[in-house]
Ligand binder design. Structure first.
Ligand SMILES: NC(=O)c1ccc[n+]([C@@H]2O[C@H](COP(=O)([O-])OP(=O)(O)OC[C@H]3O[C@@H](n4cnc5c(N)ncnc54)[C@H](O)[C@@H]3O)[C@@H](O)[C@H]2O)c1
Ligand SMILES: O=C(O)C(=O)C[C@@H](O)[C@H](O)[C@H](O)COP(=O)(O)O
Ligand SMILES: [Zn+2]
Length: 368
């Protein structure tokens, strides 16, 4: 095992995110006290799940492997109910532990199952995509989707620990890796501009699974997330400058509406990339952000191969989709906007014309 990095999350129940090669071997140490351990994973991660199972088995734990559908198809009430039945059949008690091994969709589902089974059992996350490593598996937000919108059902439930095993990235499709970089870019704009400089200096290295650049980007992004959730686990309502958890929702108001409109066939990171291009323009047109920083969004995102435009005819649908965003209060839409690099605030109740105008600048040319 090469040298690992430990990033502490100082939330209600402190835990560590361990980043490095081969750190999956630490899994048995994180489930101590359990008799049974359920490893929830998608079909694509069967080999890693088998490896995790063998490590646990050798350490004397009773392993229950739970194969769930891939990607967003796992984030449903039906799949959660199937997992509860598996736990019931296995005789899962309050001292037993759920492991979520996979991309963000799997860790969101597994977290939700752990939070709800017997009103809450231990959880360990083993993220396998860049997106889950830097974001979904860290911070204790869990959830599932319903037809009416993204992540509308869920809970805050912190893991006992997060194992970011960089070896697992070798199997990740390049397009998935790139999708995850959207959340990395988000961390750059909201908190750590060094992330943006690293990507601008070498976008190809950022997309190379075994590069030192990607490792640094992952670690920096985890630090951003760890600091924010340590300050504000439960996402308090920000007024004026945003330093709490709403900061991490930058680009997500429109992004989630796109995911819902696309029936969750778009990658989360791609939708958030468009959402950031939109909100950067909204920030500029609202008179908050300078044009250069707004344009830098598109340059960096497109440089990584991420999308920054969306269907010109979709605005009305998207506006309806944005109304169920969790930052909405009453009928007031609230956006996290940038005032300058690494400084965000809330734009509450913008005029529809302003939203339309910002959208028009990112809308795809129907002819093109
Ligand atoms: N809870 C949070 O704080 C939070 C934060 C960000 C995103 N999310 C959620 O995370 C989800 C997106 O996560 P994602 O982009 O990881 O999507 P995902 O879980 O759908 O994974 C993307 C694809 O990559 C595959 N995959 C993952 N790791 C792999 C590996 N190592 N080798 C081979 N294939 C692999 C998956 O099987 C899937 O097909 C969304 O549902 C989003 O809402 C949650
Ligand atoms: O951790 C958070 O808080 C975030 O907002 C991170 C987002 O990247 C993530 O996609 C999250 O799941 C969105 O949360 P939601 O509350 O808007 O569903
Ligand atoms: Zn996200």
């Amino acid at each position: 095992m090469s040298e690992s990095t430990v990033i502490a999350v100082r939330a209600e129940r402190p835990y560590d995110v361990v980043v490095g090669h081969g750190v999956l071997a630490r899994l048995p140490g994180l489930v101590e006290g359990a008799q049974r351990v359920a490893v929830i994973h998608p079909p694509t991660l069967i080999a890693a799940a088998a490896h995790a199972g063998a490590l646990l088995d050798r350490a004397g734990f009773e392993v229950v492997r739970v194969d769930v559908p891939d990607a967003e198809a796992a984030k449903t009430a039906e799949v959660a109910a199937t997992c509860w039945s598996v736990l019931a059949t296995a005789g899962f008690t309050r001292s037993d532990v759920v492991v979520g091994l996979g991309g963000g969709a799997t860790t969101d589902l597994a977290g939700f199952v752990a939070a709800t089974w017997l009103r809450g059992v231990g959880l360990v996350t083993v993220p396998t995509s860049v997106l889950a490593m830097v974001d979904a598996a860290v911070g204790g937000k869990t959830g599932i989707n319903i037809a009416e919108g993204k992540n509308l059902v869920g809970s805050f439930w912190e893991p006992r620990g997060v194992l970011v095993d960089l070896d697992l990235l070798a199997g990740l499709a390049p397009s998935e890796l790139t999708g995850g970089l959207a959340e990395v870019v988000k961390c750059g704009f909201i908190a750590d501009p060094r992330i943006l400089e690293l990507i601008e200096a070498d976008p190809d290295a950022a997309r190379e699974p075994s590069s030192a650049v990607l490792r640094e980007l992952i670690e920096r992004s985890i630090r951003v997330k760890a600091e924010v959730v340590s300050r504000d686990l439960r996402e308090s309502t920000s007024v004026g400058r945003v330093t709490g958890r709403e900061l991490l929702n930058y680009g997500h108001t429109l992004g989630h509406a796109i995911e819902r409109r696309e029936r969750y066939r778009w990658r989360h990171g791609e939708a958030i990339s468009v959402g950031m291009a939109f909100v950067a323009e909204l920030s500029r047109q609202a008179g908050r952000l300078d044009a250069e920083t707004a344009e830098r969004h598109g340059t960096i995102l497109r440089g990584l191969g991420l999308p920054t435009t969306y269907d010109a005819g979709a605005f009305d649908d998207l506006l309806a989709g944005m109304s169920v965003d969790k930052k909405t209060r009453g009928s007031t839409l609230r956006f996290v906007v940038l005032d300058r690099l690494a400084e965000a605030s809330v734009l509450a109740g913008p005029e529809e014309e302003l939203l339309r105008s910002a959208y028009a600048t990112i809308a795809a040319d129907p002819a093109g």
